[in-house]
Ligand binder design. Structure first.
Ligand code: C5P
Length: 315
């Protein structure tokens, strides 16, 4: 996350995430699932600006980045091929709810004008809405001069969504990886994360997190994240590729044919490893080189299989 002042505004660039590992350890009495997951930031960014409003009004304008909006218009006839779905209404948006919650908790009378430009697709398992909400907490904290610590912001964040605290792991310029346990809100950040070259595809149809968790089975022989952590510590990218794992993948495959389709596509492409991210529907591959990633991304774009990104993790 990058945070900087610009005139009377605070600007935040906030990244997507990928799950390199996710295991479902159990069902909890509160309806959530106990997880062990390793998440890393990924170089696709949403942009948020926030300006304090002394009059007290809270406003949010949220839209897809310009290029994506025109892509959406071009593919309108092919609505089912368009991953840039309509965004939630102002007051339903997690960004709005996060800032409203912070305002209540801090007893602030001021309002804020927030503008969000989105590039991270929704219903994707890329943490877009969570990343935006984390960015909004950081920006409003600055705009209202609250001086809350990241730990204090993480507490509010955890009430709003399981993945939001991850994006508040470090200080302003933090990028990297963390093991997340509990619902996903208990964090252990990793000291190092080699940049991994990734191609990620968000198919035309997204998946609901709640629906995927409802369909999932608790693993009877759970895998541990430890081997992967050791491979990351040694910068052993080949081994990282072999150890990618997602315990929600089977459930997601039963709900969307795109998961199996992308899995087969990546199996043929000679990558280091591949898996689904979070609760899907994004599927990603770890590549040997930037060249391989660019070629693979180009081929997938021609096949019209959704939104295709290539980039690096830990950025
Ligand atoms: O926490 P968040 O609002 O992102 O979760 C969305 C839904 O995903 C929850 O309502 C729950 O059904 C499911 N979930 C879960 N176990 C988790 C995280 C999410 O069952 N650890």
């Amino acid at each position: 996350m990058f945070v900087r002042p610009f005139g009377a505004c605070w600007l935040v660039q906030t990244p997507a995430k990928l799950n390199l590992f996710l295991e479902v350890l159990g069902r909890r009495p509160d309806g959530y699932h106990e997880l062990e997951t390793l998440m890393t930031t990924f170089s696709v960014y949403d942009s948020l600006s926030c300006q304090a409003e002394p009059a007290g009004e809270l406003r949010l304008d949220c839209r897809w980045a310009l290029g994506l909006e025109s892509q959406r218009n071009r593919t309108r006839r092919l609505a089912t091929l368009c991953p840039w779905e309509p965004l939630p209404e102002e007051k339903e948006n997690l960004v709005y709810r996060a800032v409203r919650r912070l305002r209540e908790r801090a007893g602030v009378a001021q309002g804020a004008t927030l503008r969000l430009v989105k590039r991270i697709p929704a219903a994707a398992g890329l943490g877009g809405a969570s990343s935006d909400a984390a960015a909004a907490l950081v920006a409003a904290n600055r705009a209202w001069n609250l001086r809350w610590s990241r730990a204090q912001l993480r507490e509010v964040a955890a009430e709003l969504g399981s993945d939001i605290p991850f994006f508040l792991t470090g200080e302003d310029a933090w990028r990297g990886a963390a093991i997340c346990r509990g619902r996903g809100e208990i964090l252990e950040s990793l000291p190092r994360m080699p940049p991994l070259v990734v191609v990620a595809v968000r198919p035309p149809v997204g998946l609901s997190t709640a629906a995927v968790f409802r369909a999932c089975q608790v693993s009877s022989r759970p895998k541990s994240v430890q081997e992967l952590v050791e491979a990351i510590g040694r910068d052993d990218v080949r081994q990282v590729g072999r150890l990618l794992h997602n315990g929600l993948q089977e459930a997601a495959s039963s709900l969307s044919p795109w998961i199996g389709r992308l899995q087969r596509e990546f199996q043929r492409s000679g990558v280091l490893g591949h898996a689904m991210s979070g609760s899907g529907s994004t599927y990603f591959a770890l590549c040997h080189t930037v060249g391989q990633a660019r070629r693979l991304a180009g081929r997938l774009r021609q096949q019209c299989c959704g939104a295709v990104f290539w980039g690096v993790t830990g950025r």
